[in-house]
Design a protein around this ligand. Structure first.
Ligand code: MG
Length: 215
């Protein structure tokens, strides 16, 4: 039997890549989308990539934030992105303290391998973007194409991490991705299709002339 085709994803770090960099973002009020992030994600959505967020949230393990608050922050992220017609398909987070020895905290590869299984992803045809080398490291280890963005954390030693590309912002990173993907590029630029009329609205419209005829 033929194997189902694997999907392609763009893995995104959250703080410093999609949202303004903070050491800890502990409330929805502290979450601010970076300029251009919404349109960048929309162009990746339209090109046919799954957009998957992967974020270390040790503030939970440190007792500084609850999972419920993290959920509220992510609800705000989804709402803010929706204003640009952009969508995040999946969110993976590591709630552990750095001393917990988990396999999911970046630079460990746990979140990316879990997502690859759950979404049937081709990792070597996927991209990973982050503002720190530790965000790029799991992507590199998994064989994805990596991009370091200079929109968040101050520069730090590379420690053997070699991103395939560096960009000033997520917006520029998305432009670079689409420049390498001529088959997908036209989809990203295609105009948004008109919204289909809801079946219920159609039915209502169909009914009224009939009513008039009966009178
Ligand atoms: Mg970051």
């Amino acid at each position: 039997m033929k194997k189902p085709a694997q999907s392609r994803a763009v893995f995104l770090d959250r703080d410093g890549t999609i949202a303004r960099y903070r050491v800890y973002c502990r409330s929805p009020q502290e979450f601010d989308l970076l300029p251009g992030a919404g349109t960048a994600i929309r162009s990746l959505n339209r090109a046919g990539f799954l957009v998957i967020v992967m974020t270390n949230q040790s503030a939970i393990g440190r007792g500084m934030m609850t999972r419920m608050t993290l959920e509220a922050i992510h609800q705000k992220m989804h709402r803010e992105l929706a204003k640009f017609g952009a969508r995040v398909d999946g969110v993976y987070f590591c709630p552990h303290h750095p001393d917990d020895g988990c396999v999911c905290r970046k630079p460990q590869i746990g979140m990316i391998t879990q997502a690859a299984q759950e979404w049937n992803l081709s990792l070597k045809r996927s991209y990973a973007i982050g503002d720190r080398h530790l965000d790029v490291q799991p992507g590199q280890a998994a064989g994805a194409i990596t991009i370091l963005v200079r929109s968040g954390h101050p520069p730090e030693p590379a420690n053997g991490v070699m991103p395939a590309h560096e960009a000033d912002s997520l917006e520029q990173a998305a432009v670079w991705i689409l420049s390498r993907e001529p088959k997908l590029r036209h989809r990203a630029k295609a105009p948004v299709k008109k919204r289909r009329v809801k079946p219920q609205a159609k039915r209502r419209r169909a009914k009224s002339p009939a009513k008039r005829r009966r009178r």
